[in-house]
Write a protein that binds this ligand. Structure first.
Ligand SMILES: Cc1cc2nc3c(=O)[nH]c(=O)nc-3n(C[C@H](O)[C@H](O)[C@H](O)COP(=O)(O)OP(=O)(O)OC[C@H]3O[C@@H](n4cnc5c(N)ncnc54)[C@H](O)[C@@H]3O)c2cc1C
Length: 386
């Protein structure tokens, strides 16, 4: 294997077993209390805020962050276990997962101390929902073409323009966004963007929901008209966001959520074929599980590298590429294997319902968080091929 590409052979340490049991017991209690139904993959439960606070109360948000900010100083591998169990159970994580996975680490690195002291403990308590404002109508993959402007004014900046596809903006308390503070330069077309923390209650921000083909409205257009952001909400270097946004993506791209989004159709298939599948069904399921196992080892490896303080951007891109293509194909492969399921309608109903939903979810999986083509470009560059 090339020296620039390395998946350290990490295994989850023994303390993860006890944690896994605790998370499973907690999720079973939540299911029993009616918070969500693990067989229904529509993770927009009625009580996502309450669920978020209860997860925070267990100490499972900000797990790797310093205690002085409300964190728990545990390992990325322990965090991995919590994320994995939540996703496998179809738990309603929407309220907290962006803040916990991505926004908190950005604030930890770049926010002024008083902002960290104010916001991070609230994320750890499960009180805050975050959105990511990167994409714009004419800049998605090409992040550095962003045009939404931040113009200097007394004590802060005035924001004008729009963001698009902003997940959870309709429920978010804050957004971490990049805005144009200077034109790009001839020498560096990435220059001129700055990262900001934006309070979503700021006057001048309008959120317009966009309906997806699942019928849900998880993402939005966000329009800014002279929205004021104070100076102390600038994150990191003015005009230098390009250096910051790429390391953030290692957190976004490698977790178990990047191959488990349609996983429920596989477990439902296993249930529906029962304990004595015929050879073809057993072989088909065996193949899928072997692939899943391999991806999981790679994803755990990235978590281990993050734990070791590395920035495995290329490895994370590989996990996301392989993982999202796999989870995108999964509903189709399960549909083929379902031909071997007992024709009894009671055996088919949940599987059919889940397959219908997963098939509509599947197309987005290789777009969100960076498209397959763009990821392969990053991988090729990381390997020195371009
Ligand atoms: C469900 C969902 C949630 C999302 N949530 C968020 C969010 O919360 N915040 C946010 O900021 N964005 C979010 N996005 C937006 C997402 O990051 C962008 O859609 C994505 O980066 C692609 O950008 P685009 O849609 O502008 O497509 P484009 O960049 O226009 O790409 C169009 C096509 O061209 C290909 N292409 C583009 N550039 C290259 C290249 N250099 N080489 C080869 N092929 C290329 C792409 O792969 C794609 O097939 C979300 C998207 C989805 C689907």
């Amino acid at each position: 294997m090339s020296a620039v590409l390395r998946f350290d052979p990490i295994r989850l340490p023994p303390e993860c077993d006890a944690l896994r049991k605790d998370v499973r017991a907690f999720l079973a209690e939540e299911v029993a209390a009616g918070t969500f139904d693990p067989h229904r993959p529509h993770r927009e439960g009625k009580d996502t805020r309450g669920f978020s606070r209860r997860v925070g109360a267990r100490g499972w948000l900000g797990m790797t962050w310093p205690k002085k900010y409300g964190g728990h100083e545990r390992s990325f591998l322990e965090r991995y276990v919590v994320t994995e169990e939540m996703r496998v159970a179809n738990a309603p994580t929407r309220h907290f997962f962006v803040a916990d996975r991505q926004s908190g680490p950005v604030l930890l690195k770049y926010a002024p101390e008083h902002i960290k002291m104010n916001i991070l403990p609230r994320i750890c308590r499960g009180e805050l929902c975050f959105a990511i404002g990167m994409s714009e109508p004419n800049s998605g993959s090409d992040l550095f073409a962003a045009k939404t402007k931040a113009t200097k004014t007394d004590g802060g900046w005035l924001i004008n323009g729009s963001k698009i596809w902003t997940s959870s903006a309709h429920v978010a308390d804050y957004m971490i966004a990049i805005f144009r503070t200077s034109p790009s330069t001839k020498e560096n077309r990435r220059h001129g963007l700055t990262q900001f923390l934006v309070d979503m209650k700021t006057p001048g921000i309008v959120v317009n929901p966009i309906r997806q083909m699942t019928g849900q409205t998880e993402f939005n257009e966000v329009v800014f008209t002279d929205a004021f952001v104070p100076d102390d909400h600038v994150l990191g270097e003015i005009d230098g966001a390009w250096k910051q946004a790429t390391s953030e993506l290692a957190y976004e791209r490698s977790g178990p959520e990047r191959f488990l989004e349609t996983y429920y159709v596989l477990t439902e298939l296993v249930r529906a074929v029962g304990p004595n599948p015929d050879t073809r069904a057993a072989e088909g399921i065996g193949r899928l599980v072997a692939q899943l196992h391999t991806m999981r080892r790679m994803s755990v490896s990235v978590a281990g590298m993050l734990q070791a303080g590395k920035e495995p951007v290329v490895e994370a891109s590989i996990v996301k590429d392989i993982g999202t293509v796999w989870e995108q194909q999964l509903p189709h492969r399960v549909r083929d294997l379902a031909a071997f399921v007992d024709v009894d309608p009671s055996n088919h109903a949940t599987l059919a319902d889940q397959l219908a939903f997963a098939t509509k979810v599947a197309p987005k999986l290789t777009i969100q968080g960076g498209t397959t083509e763009v990821l392969r470009g990053i991988i090729a560059r990381g390997l020195g091929l371009r």
